[in-house]
Write a protein that binds this ligand. Sequence first.
Ligand SMILES: [Zn+2]
Length: 161
Amino acid sequence: MALIPAYRRPEAGDHIYCRRQGGLYDHHGIYVGDDMVVHLQGKGKKLGAPSECNKCGNKRFINGEIAKVCIDCFLQGETVEIYEYGVPLFIVTTRKLGTCSSVPSKPPHEVIEAAVYYLEKGFAPYDLISNNCEHFAVYCKTGRAISLQVVRPIVNPCNIM
Ligand SMILES: [Zn+2]
């Protein structure tokens, strides 16, 4: 199987992430195609008055803490990274925590269905330990709720926008 590709463009159903706060933490979401991303945005940044965006302004959909925004709004100028699944364990252990998983991904259409389902029905409230943005994406990809990011000594990820 392919190991970690050097770079590829996100495809619909991919779990993507990018740096936030200059690398203090990573923010995660599911790329659902058409330049749109579904993500758990967290309590601290409910987009009460979202910044103007010509690209996704009228396609943006926010339901509590789950939001669908364009990839530009998601990335906020950072570089997109792809969270790979089904990576051999001996490689996972050499990578930064919270960037890949040995667990296989569900097929892309099921991942997108899951993300859209939570966008419409809501997801359990955001919580750093049990339910963060990485959890949401991992859960859409695998049906399992795990986050490796919280193992790192970081403060308040995804909530400090
Ligand atoms: Zn946008």
